[in-house]
Write a protein that binds this ligand. Sequence first.
Ligand SMILES: CC(=O)SCCNC(=O)CCNC(=O)[C@H](O)C(C)(C)COP(=O)(O)OP(=O)(O)OC[C@H]1O[C@@H](n2cnc3c(N)ncnc32)[C@H](O)[C@@H]1OP(=O)(O)O
Length: 419
Amino acid sequence: MTREQQQETWTVRGSDRDEFPRIARVTSEALLAQHDLDTVLERALPLHDAEGYERFLVAEDEGQVVGTTNYFRFEMALPGGVRPVAGVTGVGVWPTHRRRGVLSALMRRQLADIREAGGRYAALWASEGAIYGRFGYGPAATEINAAVRRPYTALRADAPRDGSLVGRLTDPQEALPDMEEVHRQVAASQNGQFRRAPQWWRRMLSDRPEQRGDKGPLRAFVVGGPGGPQGYALYRTLARYEQDGAYGEVHVTEVHAIAPAAWTALYEHLFSRDLTDRVLFPFLAEDNPLLYLAADRDRVLRQHSTSLWIRLVDVPGALSERSWAAPVEAVLEVGDRFAPWNAGRWRLEADASGARVEGTGAAPDIALDVSHLGAAHLGQTPLSGYLRAGLLTEYTPGAVARLDAALHRPDAPFCGLIF
Ligand SMILES: CC(=O)SCCNC(=O)CCNC(=O)[C@H](O)C(C)(C)COP(=O)(O)OP(=O)(O)OC[C@H]1O[C@@H](n2cnc3c(N)ncnc32)[C@H](O)[C@@H]1OP(=O)(O)O
């Protein structure tokens, strides 16, 4: 008997807008929210009003909401193209009800719901890395938190520069059409980006006092040329003075560009603000051009952390629509405790033109957990790491290396926006 079945006092069900304050109370408490419930609701309601409440799930115990989750319906760039992805969010269990199987029951039901709606993937940002592996999610992307201090903000002399590009520092609302245009192009191909609907831009540009903290208002720097906008940075500044000089900071919420010279122009602007000493980026792709344009890349201080966790909700469906970097043939024995329809043996035959995946009784080449496939799906986390750690089994020598070569992607995944 599972932990969920042992208890009888709570049930899992759908929810609606009227119940949202009770839901937000649980997630706020579970996530140690700094703000009171009214502030949380003011910020959260516009997004959820646009996204809808029909995918919320709650666990209810004697009339009290004790557990919650929800998912957004994203269109996310994945290897193989832009695909529908369930963006799982709002997970929380009331502190007196933790470790009784509430989350496990919510996850089980949510996976079934996503599958029933035709979904093949789920993605999330985890508050803690130890939570989601058991539910079949794998750590699929790492991103970097970077900080650069003067004088190491210098770019290489041969960084590409385009005299026809013009930059303007402006109010984010005025810059919105240009930012949308750039982001639309980025989201069409950058592994891990989701198409940003208007409600996500509103959230992104929301500039409430509690979001500013000790920093100034959000501003936009847009770079454009004769062909239209080529890139933008959204940032805030922090003024700071010591007896020996100015130590202001530039905090970059996001920076995107669609042409090499635009990256140079954006970084030259961010790195040249007077009265500043440090520029901070909470999220950059592991292969962001900054690491190549910096005159001394070792002085770009970097902390790496997991961003997207990916879950294959439909293993044959997901593998058959992925793109493949090299031909591969393998029988995979997949374990999946929370989505049992995936469990079993799958024969994968793939090459650059596509893939065929079908159930088989043949002997497996590799036995692995569905979370390993999720981790590897974006092409950044090799399965060979799990093999070396003894967490998957290779029956046919070399099978894991061949599968890794086929799963390879030349670009690093990047989401950059916690949802
Ligand atoms: C996508 C997002 O929204 S990320 C935000 C996630 N939310 C939070 O971090 C808020 C604070 N934490 C919580 O609300 C809860 O502790 C949750 C949601 C993480 C877990 O909920 P619970 O109902 O306690 O989980 P549940 O009882 O189903 O646990 C299932 C298993 O996961 C394990 N587990 C649960 N949470 C954690 C954790 N944080 N770290 C390690 N293991 C965990 C349990 O020990 C249990 O293991 P077992 O089956 O081997 O005994």
